[in-house]
Ligand binder design. Structure first.
Ligand code: SAH
Ligand code: SF4
Ligand code: F3S
Length: 474
């Protein structure tokens, strides 16, 4: 089968997304940018004319995975060329930004390397690749310089050039909306400030416009995204700088939007107004992902997190005072350089004191170029594994207990997809728990009242009580 399609014919793009929700948003937006060029989404690289790997650099494992995937794509490309066709390969995302040209050196079959702030220029990059087609050799190798690279930084220009979102950007009633990019906090373990650039907040007018377009395209839930989403300080509709709380209050006025979420927030940027919003904006879901990383003051300091354990505890108390049913989720890193048994015990104690509804736990990964990588006293993998196991076990118990505490109650569930078993549908509670019920696919995309019947480690099962009209939040 020939895969080179002449102009006017439908082309297909396969996009594989690694990493965080910002990458999920970016992948959708890349699809939006490619659609006017005639690219439809493909579920399978085997059927694609263009494959985009939207990569993550946060931990070593995530970024190394990209090269093995690229090896497989090179083989596919060689096969295609032998059959008289072709396959274009693009690497986007944070590995693209961090490693740039090195990617093309390590895998010469790559045609395009494009950073997270430059992907609005994909059409131009594809045109450049087409012009360079004659430089490519048959077996997937190329002469130096044949791949094209765009890792420029200005976040604002990306948003100025992206098309308005459409139905394709809404998944079963839910959509992501990036409102803030980049990070200036420079935690000593983290690559994000280097891969995503300086902190930038989109103007409120642009955010509200995108939110209205998403609501018109069927979104009932929007999750606002940013690496430090609560550091948001975009230009407001009135010209003053708006905080995230101010933006949330404006978004809550959009008809049809009944669920608002935001992620990821930093404990340093939870201002009074935002805490208050959790008590008085009904659309704001009672769930907050607030990464703390460690419960040890010494380690928090070494990580450059800019707050101590007591700050976190007081924050949680204040949030729970205004929103007693708030579910808290967090990120933890075990085995940061120099972390002693006593430091790790402090983390376990903090978890015990707070009680989390869910959490993500990671072994510290030494990232080249970050200050943490240069620190002495790096821990062995064995030590990290043991701590990870203990922490996961405690957090797992807490998650199950939280799920059990909801059994017997009736909660609104936004149904997102078919369940694994036939006749089952799967959705999310206000606390972002996965909830299974017996039901039809026509429930997908709508909010339905469900009585929760049983709790498991990572999900709950329930039965439909009644369909409730939109506009009734949790
Ligand atoms: N901006 C967010 C985190 C973004 S990265 C914040 O400040 O909390 C997502 C998570 O990945 C982090 O919360 C952290 O737990 C984890 N992470 C980041 N760098 C890491 C590293 N070098 N090793 C292990 N985990 C890491
Ligand atoms: Fe990374 Fe810290 Fe910025 Fe979060 S706040 S993105 S962990 S540097
Ligand atoms: Fe990964 Fe980049 Fe997100 S490094 S976690 S994809 S910001």
């Amino acid at each position: 089968m020939k895969n080179v399609r002449t102009n006017g014919q439908r082309k297909r793009v396969f996009i594989r997304t690694y990493g965080c929700q910002m990458n999920v948003y970016d992948s959708d937006r890349m699809a939006d940018v490619l659609r006017p060029l005639g690219y439809a989404l493909s579920e399978d690289p085997e059927h694609a004319d263009l494959v985009v790997l939207n990569t993550c650099h946060i931990r070593e494992k995530a970024s190394e995975k990209v090269y093995s995937e690229l090896g497989r794509l090179r083989d596919l490309k060689i096969e295609r060329r032998r059959a008289g066709g072709d396959l274009a390969i693009a690497v986007a995302g944070c590995v693209a930004q961090a490693e740039g040209e090195e990617i093309i050196r390590r895998q010469p079959a790559v045609d395009i390397v494009v950073g997270p702030q430059a992907y609005h220029r994909l059409p131009e990059l594809l045109a450049r690749v087409a012009r360079k087609a004659d430089e490519r050799l048959f077996d997937g190798r190329r002469r130096p310089g044949a791949g094209v690279l765009d890792t420029e930084f200005p976040a604002e220009s990306k948003f100025d050039h992206l098309p308005a979102p459409s139905e394709a950007d809404v998944r079963a009633g839910s959509a992501f909306l990036s409102i803030q990019e980049g990070c200036d906090k420079f935690c000593t373990f983290c690559v994000v400030p280097y891969t995503r650039g300086a902190e930038y907040s989109r103007p409120a007018t642009a955010v509200l416009q995108e939110a209205r377009a998403l609501a018109a395209a069927g979104a009932v839930e929007i999750t606002l995204l940013g690496q430090n989403v609560n550091a948001y300080h975009g230009e407001g509709v009135d010209g003053s700088a708006w905080t995230l709380a101010r933006l949330i209050r404006a978004l809550a006025e959009i008809d049809g939007l009944v669920r608002l979420r935001y992620t990821t927030s930093h404990p340093r940027d939870m201002d009074d107004d935002l805490i208050a919003a959790h008590g008085c904006v009904p659309q704001l879901m009672p769930y907050l992902h607030l990464p703390v990383q460690s419960g040890s003051d010494r380690i928090l300091e070494a990580m450059n997190r800019g707050h101590d354990r007591d700050h976190f505890r007081r924050l949680v108390d204040r949030l729970r005072a205004v929103s007693p049913d708030l579910a808290l989720s967090s990120d933890f890193i075990v085995g940061f350089p120099g972390e002693s048994d006593a430091d790790f015990d402090d983390t376990m104690r903090l978890v015990d004191e707070i009680g989390f509804a869910s959490a993500y736990t990671f072994k510290y990964s030494r990232r080249p170029g970050t200050p943490g990588a240069a620190l002495g006293d790096q821990l062995s993998d064995g030590a990290k594994t043991a701590r990870l196991g203990a922490l996961q076990s405690l957090l797992g118990d807490q998650q199950r207990a939280f799920n059990e505490s909801k059994v017997g109650t009736v909660v609104p569930v936004l149904f997102a997809e078919a369940g694994r078993k036939p006749g089952q549908v799967l959705g999310k509670s206000p606390w972002l728990q996965s909830v299974y019920v017996e039901g039809d696919a026509d429930m997908i995309g709508s909010i339905v009242n469900v009585r929760l019947l049983a709790a498991y480690a990572l999900s709950l099962s329930g039965e439909v009580v009644s369909k409730q009209p939109f506009g009734v939040a949790a």
